[in-house]
Design a protein around this ligand. Structure first.
Ligand code: AMP
Ligand code: MG
Length: 406
């Protein structure tokens, strides 16, 4: 059986990066940037006051002290958004507000807090109580962003600050990766619509397609639920045909070795899918199938609710992120202190865990019923504890690898 890492590499080698589309920046949150953004101008585009105070020539303030202030003549006032033709010459100052452009002649700003006012009848003066250095309290053109600089790189997942930056640069719409279309098919004669009120003995509601739908959304894909296929070839082929045009197809159930587990065979024999792998050395999720046809990927996820979610996290999420050309993935694994002894199994085991941060450390506690049928464990869990295969157990207090989940 192949390892998780080998399997994921196999998929990623076969994934084609998806095309892009242009969206207004208001709608770009969480989308993956499809182009590098270079600054077409400086930010700020002019030298400006960084504080409320007085624009001065720094040389005029060198001797200023609290007890022996320098007195400068105030020749005007300048608010943010305005400009002045007045020039600050020797022993003159202009009262200036944060954000206002620096007047000619001045090279620094004395903070209001470092001044005192003087009342005289005709002219106005200011007492400067402290010297300012050249450039002090001035924010210079290009200080934040320099013209020509690469500001946002391709593959960056856009965050609020990025969108603010786009606006600051005067960019109203951006190229982002298209959302891959991910079609979802549930399988199983026992599986009925979630809307069905009363269940007959033997029936279960289709929870997988809703969990998978939400996972796809959270990963930046465009999910479509195609419905439930009965465990019959014609039924499955019918829904597979309906998936035409999608980038990824997720099937759940029917990939194990039971008599009615037909998904793999139908995909290969009746639908022309080329197998990439079947079965991976992990639990839950061992029987996962993955195949490809015309650059479209087909995942046969195991039917148990926990298995389908776990395999989505481990295999499908990286696939979608790769398609999106997403670079800044979450640092998904953390090291944490195990809060309870865990038995190792013959296969690498992803236990449902609850990860938390206390006293500067991460701790993780196995939670819920550790059975792949128990969706309730997934409801409590916020992570998967990666327990390597082997004999014996891992003691409480040991460091384990933990993967956060969506
Ligand atoms: P299978 O892999 O088809 O044998 O399914 C394994 C288990 O998962 C069975 O108990 C199924 O009833 C259950 N199962 C399969 N599909 C779904 C689904 N869409 N929602 C919830 N449980 C499912
Ligand atoms: Mg089944």
């Amino acid at each position: 059986m192949i390892s998780l890492e080998t399997a994921v590499r196999k998929i990623l080698k076969n994934v084609k990066v998806i095309g892009s589309e242009v969206v207004p920046i208001e709608n770009s949150l969480g989308r993956v940037l499809g182009e590098g953004i270079y600054a077409k101008e400086n930010i700020p585009s002019f030298n400006r006051a960084a504080m409320d105070g007085y624009a001065v020539r720094c040389w005029d303030t060198v001797d200023a002290t609290e007890y022996d202030p320098v007195i400068l003549e105030v020749i005007g006032t300048l608010a943010a958004g305005y400009n002045t033709k007045s020039i600050v010459t020797r022993e003159k100052a202009i009262r200036i507000m944060t954000g206002a452009p620096m007047p000619h002649g001045a090279n620094s700003v004395v903070m209001l807090e470092d001044t005192g006012s003087i009342k005289r009848t005709t002219k106005e003066f200011v007492k400067v109580l402290r010297p300012v250095k050249r450039g002090e309290n001035v924010s210079f053109s290009g200080e934040d962003v320099k013209k020509g600089e690469l500001i946002l790189y391709r593959g960056k997942c856009l965050r609020p600050a990025d969108i603010g930056m786009l606006a600051a640069l005067g960019i109203k719409s951006v190229q982002v990766a298209k959302k891959p279309r991910v079609d979802i098919i549930s399988t199983g004669d026992e599986v009925v619509e979630a809307t069905q009120k009363r269940l007959k003995k033997g029936q279960i509601r289709d929870s997988n397609s809703y969990a998978l739908y939400s996972l796809v959304l959270a990963c930046g894909g465009e999910p479509i639920r195609l419905g439930i296929a009965r465990d019959r070839k014609e039924d499955l082929v019918h829904l597979l045909e309906a998936s035409e045009g999608s980038d990824i197809v997720l099937l759940s159930g029917g990939v194990s070795v039971g008599s009615y587990d037909i998904v793999k065979d139908v995909l290969i024999s009746d639908f022309g899918v080329k197998m990439l792998f079947w079965k991976v050395a992990i639990r839950p999720g061992k029987p996962i199938f993955c195949g490809i046809k015309n650059h479209r990927l087909f995942f046969g996820l195991p039917g148990y609710p926990v298995s389908s979610i776990v395999t989505f996290e481990l295999f499908v999420k990286p696939t979608i992120e790769h398609m999106l050309y997403k670079w800044d993935r979450d640092e998904e694994y953390v090291s944490a202190i195990l809060e309870q002894e865990v038995e190792k199994k013959e296969r690498r085991n992803f236990l449902r865990g609850f990860l938390y941060f206390r006293n500067d450390r991460y701790y993780v506690m196995p939670v819920g019923i550790q059975k792949s049928s128990a969706l309730s464990s997934m409801v409590i869990a916020n992570s998967l504890i990666d327990i390597p295969e082997g004999k014996g157990s891992i003691n409480k207090g040991k460091i384990v690898r933990v993967k956060r989940i969506t």
